[in-house]
Design a protein around this ligand. Structure first.
Ligand SMILES: Nc1nc2c(c(=O)[nH]1)N[C@H]1C(S)=C(S)[C@@H](COP(=O)(O)OP(=O)(O)OC[C@H]3O[C@@H](n4cnc5c(N)ncnc54)[C@H](O)[C@@H]3O)O[C@H]1N2
Ligand code: MOO
Length: 428
């Protein structure tokens, strides 16, 4: 690639180019995986299929507190004396009460003509094939431990085999794929793995980013400012965005506006902190001291203009073969560039993060937008309507912090009327 400096691309074209750049890299480099404890794996992406090492449930068990029975014992003709006027099921059969079965024990086989008190989750005894909830028994509460001997219970006749039984393997059978490769692991997935008895899981390595903020005026937060200097917002803004998107920031720092030194330090950083992407902020537009542009134009990077505001100036390509993206220095431009280009590519290629939710909303107030550019405004979305926060300026980081949505005013829109429908990406 060469530096043209004049090309203008659509947002869609640039998004595709970012995705192609990263896809090409990921197809070349060996797949990295790591094995983590379940809780550490939250939000990560499963490296391979996980098969169930055992069935769930592992054994036939009761869905109710009640009596485990043989359904065939309850087909007998009921005695008129056992009929209860106030029960829904009038026909009953009298069975001998067997030893109770608490959860967590293996009960002996159920003798014909008996009913064993069984608790929810307890293993069904051999021979039993149905459970009758305690509410449907007479008496409708369990006998105290001392009173089992010789006790009987009246149970409804004509019940179906299998009733209130949770059969072994009815959730998942041993050997079946429990979770497919590429699954982003949330609470339910990890709970399933725990339920299957697994205490660790192998996930894909995170996408690694070397993050460099440029500018002689840019100073680390917490340090004093000389006249003309500002604190570095972008390192924090992009680091957190990347981490929230499931990527790993291998190293970050501020680099000075000296192209020779920039390249030297960048190579040093890459040796110490291998990365899948070099991401810079600032130093790419038309100024006299555009460090990133000057340092990387002669190599594999291109600097161009995307028909978007903010975030128009963009750099893309490679540095010593490693993917490179150069975002503009204004903090809002950085965030919008991340959301419009890098985050969607990470979603598509690494399985993390989930794409932003896109909805249509009614614009609360009229807005102007530059012709031929997709304008991304910051807004507050609530109940189907979105109100713009702050102006279009890309330095308005306080307004950005007060918003929860990116509002898109398309290339062909110069005036959006109040009440018109706009596309909104929800940020939270
Ligand atoms: N003659 C032109 N000037 C500019 C153009 C243009 O087309 N022609 N484009 C403007 C647009 S749009 C943008 S966006 C910026 C992009 O410039 P750079 O990427 O070269 O960024 P810088 O000039 O280094 O910085 C821009 C702005 O952002 C502040 N900044 C930089 N880094 C940080 C940081 N880490 N934390 C907080 N703020 C930062 C910097 O001080 C500048 O105010 O160019 C326009 N100019
Ligand atoms: O594109 Mo710049 O990001 O408008 O401010």
């Amino acid at each position: 690639m060469s530096s043209t400096g004049t090309r203008t691309r659509t947002v869609g074209e640039h998004r595709q180019q970012v995705q192609d750049l990263l896809a090409g890299w990921l197809a070349e480099v060996p797949v990295r995986t790591e094995t983590l404890g379940l809780e550490q794996a939250a939000g990560r992406v499963l490296a391979g299929n996980v098969r169930a090492p055992r069935s769930l449930p592992p054994f036939d068990n009761s869905q109710m507190d009640g009596y485990a029975v043989r359904a065939s014992d309850l087909t007998a003709v009921p005695s008129p004396a056992s009929v209860q006027a106030d029960t829904v099921q009038a026909d009953t059969v009298q069975l001998l009460v067997a030893e109770p079965i608490p959860a967590g024990t293996a009960a002996p086989a159920l003798a014909p003509g008996t009913a064993a008190p069984i608790m929810t989750g307890a293993m069904l005894p051999a021979g039993a094939d149905a459970v009758i909830p305690i509410e449907r028994a007479v008496p409708d509460s369990f006998y105290p431990a001392t009173e089992h001997s010789g006790a009987t219970v009246a149970l409804p006749a004509g019940i179906a085999a299998g009733q209130f039984v949770r059969p072994a393997g009815s959730d998942i059978a041993e050997g079946r794929v429990a979770l497919a490769a590429g699954t982003r692991l949330g609470a339910a997935h990890l709970g399933l793995l725990a339920g299957l008895g697994l205490d660790s899981v192998t996930v894909r390595g995170r996408f690694r980013v070397l993050l460099l903020s440029t500018g002689d005026e840019v100073v680390e937060p917490g340090k004093p400012l000389a006249p003309g200097q500002i604190h570095d917002a972008n390192t924090t803004l992009l680091s957190v965005s990347l981490r929230e998107a499931g990527a790993e920031v291998t190293h970050s720092r501020i680099v000075a506006d000296r192209p020779g030194l920039f390249l030297e330090q960048l190579r040093d950083d890459l040796r110490g902190h291998p990365a899948d992407l070099v991401l810079t902020s600032g130093g790419i537009s038309k100024g006299a001291y555009e460090v990133v542009r000057q340092a990387l134009s002669a190599g594999g990077a291109e600097f161009l203009s995307v028909a978007m505001q903010p975030g128009g100036p963009q750099g893309i390509g490679t540095v010593d073969g490693i993917p490179f993206l150069g975002f503009p220095g204004n903090p809002v431009s950085c965030l919008v560039s991340f959301e419009m280009f890098l985050r969607p590519a990470l979603s598509a290629l690494t399985g993390m993060p989930a794409p932003r939710r896109e909805i249509q909303a009614k614009l609360a107030d009229a807005a102007a937008s530059p012709a031929g550019k997709l304008q991304i405004r910051r807004g507050r979305y609530m109940d189907g309507a979105v109100e713009l926060v702050g102006g279009p300026g890309s330095h308005l980081i306080h307004a950005l912090a007060s918003s929860n949505a990116l509002v898109q005013l398309p290339e062909d829109t110069e005036h959006a009327a109040a009440g018109s429908e706009v596309t909104v990406w929800l940020l939270d």
